[in-house]
Design a protein around this ligand. Structure first.
Ligand code: ZN
Length: 182
């Protein structure tokens, strides 16, 4: 990120809104906002390959479900946060990954300008590509502040997206969906 340019742009935005950019409360705002974006968008251009490649062998292999992985991301339409929970379920093909790595994977794809649909799909594809399970299902449930703070203003409403890849039997899907809602 071009930090100096981001700071200038924030200053310009404040000025365009009719603000006195020199007043005390706003003096450090351009720097703070630039720092914040740097952190919130730190996943740009990254993949979860290194997180998901450290696998270990297992016998058998029924579905592995990691639910309640919290995340926050940034809606690319409004530059407003959306946040919620992700459930990742996969059917291993002889190899599994450490559970914290699934949470890291979510963070990598959340830390960029996003759409919830794309975030869900990118997580599913990353698990499929780097862990190579038989099948994967990802469910994302999120509240969008661009919906709850502006526009239709419906606090508490959530959007749910789901992506399934590979071989994931219908009865397992139903089981995962039910678990993700608890
Ligand atoms: Zn939005």
């Amino acid at each position: 990120m071009d930090r100096a340019r981001a700071m200038k742009a924030v200053e310009e935005l404040l000025a365009a809104m009719g603000e006195d950019v020199g007043r005390e409360g706003l003096k450090d705002t351009p720097r703070r906002v630039a720092d914040m974006y740097e952190q919130l968008l730190s996943g740009m251009g990254r993949t979860a390959e290194s997180e998901l490649s450290k696998t270990f062998a297992v016998e058998g292999g029924d579905v592995v479900i990691e639910r309640g992985i919290t995340f926050s991301s940034m809606c690319e339409h409004h530059l407003m946060p959306f946040f919620g929970k992700v459930t990742i379920a996969y059917i291993p093909d002889k190899r599994v990954v450490g559970l914290s790595k699934l949470a890291r994977c979510v963070d990598v794809y959340a830390a960029r300008l996003q759409l919830q649909e794309r975030l869900t799909a990118q997580i599913a594809h990353a698990v499929m590509d780097y862990l190579s399970p038989k099948g994967v299902m990802v469910i994302c449930s999120a509240e969008h502040t661009c919906m709850t703070c502006r526009g239709v203003k419906k606090p508490g409403s959530t959007t749910v997206t789901a992506v399934t890849l590979g071989d994931f039997p219908a009865e397992k899907r139903a089981e995962v969906l039910a678990l993700s809602e608890k």
